[in-house]
Design a protein around this ligand. Sequence first.
Ligand SMILES: [Ca+2]
Ligand SMILES: [Ca+2]
Length: 249
Amino acid sequence: MKTKLFCFELPFLTCAAVLASLQISVIQAEPQSGYGELIFEDHFERTESQEEKDEPGNEWTTSSETTAGGRKQVDLRDGALHMETAENANHAVSTRHAFAFTDGTIGMRFKLDNDGDVLRLNYTDLGLKTVHAGHLFNADFSLKGVAFEDLKTGVMNLEIREARKAGTLTPEQSAALKTKAVSFSHPIEKGVWHDLLVHVDGDKITAEVDGETVGSFQSEGIAHPTKTLLRLLVPGEATIDDIRIWRRK
Ligand SMILES: [Ca+2]
Ligand SMILES: [Ca+2]
């Protein structure tokens, strides 16, 4: 199967020649290489220079200065990234990294230690001015299952956001909003590591947990061409490791 994935989109003879010359590479290739070009990975095998403030490194940024008075909410711990929203913070802790794809896959290991914990993957384009804070869509992982929401054409669209605040949503807008979010039941064990993969292709998003497809959702906001920032939003507590991002388009 690895050779098939490795030869993705190559003509057969070229593929055979490449394989003949690169046998060792093929054997060592990541099994997930069929997801496209690996454009980012982080295994968090490092430590901070201090333990008072966020210092995730590797070009990650966090929201702790603005939402938690600079208290430490993001901690490199035992070779993984632990995130926990501080008491009295005014927003869920946000840990962000730039990337760029139209279609691609984001994968990581994650661990949730408490009932109610959620790890949200928030896909963002800060250059998009028709939405609040660049919000495109979410994929949420909890102990109960997976949820998706199209924010670009849903609650983060500025027109809709203002109308919701003012209480002036039209019946058409209310009906449309109901089609922007879905959830899928898939209970998982608390306090142990799980694997997630989120595939985005065109207007479709699909999530796998521990190798099993949990759910898919199609919505126009997912097709936004320039996804440029990943925010990991954690209202409670979550730990991640071995994050990888592949680009197909
Ligand atoms: Ca630490
Ligand atoms: Ca690690």
